[in-house]
Design a protein around this ligand. Sequence first.
Ligand code: CTP
Length: 410
Amino acid sequence: MDRRILLIIGGGIAAYKSCELVRLLARQGIAVTCVLTDAGAQFVTPMTLATLSGNRVHTSLWDAGEEAEIGHIQLSRAADLVVVCPATADLLARMAGGLAGDLATTLLLATDTPVLAVPAMNVRMWQHPATQRNLATLRADGVTVMEPDEGPMACGEYGPGRLPEPEQIAAEIMRLLPDPLAGQPDFAPDRPRPLHGRHLLVTAGPTHEAIDPVRFIGNRSSGRQGFAIAAAAAEAGARVTLVSGPVALPTPVGVDRVDVESAAEMQAAVIAALPADAAVMVAAVADWRPADAAAGKLPKSALTDTGIRLQPNPDILADLGHHPQRPSLLVGFAAETGDPRASAAEKRARKGADWIVANDVSGDVMGGTANQIHLVTANGAESWPQLPKDEVARRLVARIAEALDGRAHD
Ligand code: CTP
């Protein structure tokens, strides 16, 4: 499989390092298409990039001939990864603001491909609250941002803001690119609805465990990954029951949604939805609940005087793993930091699940739109690149369809 990168080059002195990056990527057999901003063209020429990449370089939104030939939307989606390097303070601000006044920002707004930004700028610009705010926005939008290096700068100052060396950037790109040997989701035209006739049960979101009528114990789960899986399963033709904790998300098209608050309610809704061919338990279920929720609002002093006595919640996944109507494929999620593979394998055995999808939650996975997962099955662990949650969902659903068809014996 050919791996393709769309490389957007912003206007900074570090742009010269992008030429070396193109050369390194080309040597790895990766196809690079370059887009040069007007400011970028002050530092490197289209000719240099065209020669190094072996591909035409795109510079203008207003090239009618080119628009007819390729179209900028198509250009933005034909790649496996969009890389912005160097990402200047101005370019980051325009990305964060959703502006689309030139070819580079139009492509970035139109793309549905993962984006890596490699910032480079003066140290004060890097440290400015406006830049830091823009970076936080971009990360929340699912953009991967590489930390700049620290050292002497072209402008004579010293500090963080230098573009990392091209070798380091190339390594990060290789980490994010899809593995060429991994199976791609195969919704082939002759098999467009691989889950037709199947019933999939998905849990999503947090649970809220009442302390009294106005207070609860909860967590930061947004429900996005579970909702994306329910949506992808419905698209693949399944009948989908989505048991959701309290979240602020619309119901995906074609999905039957059951809203619950607490773990006990979630468990009852899950059991009521059986039988199912597969269950994907994405919910971040609270492990504990207050032993005796008060019927009326507690005064402040009640908590400080007596504290909250907790009791464990039922483990819905483990109970389903040992239920007489256990779905033939049972998938659990695990929130881990660091290398999650060993603990996920242990969790898989303990809970009686077939697969555990281990999320690396050391970043902002719980509220964000991107996810990096390890799929732990009986055959070991498989690490996926960081992907938008929708794409994680599509790939996982394709694997579920394969497993249910008995094509893959995990
Ligand atoms: N789960 C569940 N019911 C619970 C707790 C968890 O169904 N009461 C499911 C979740 O939906 C998820 C998996 O079990 O599929 C997560 O297991 P958990 O033991 O909570 O693991 P982590 O969230 O990774 O946390 P920790 O290892 O710290 O317990």
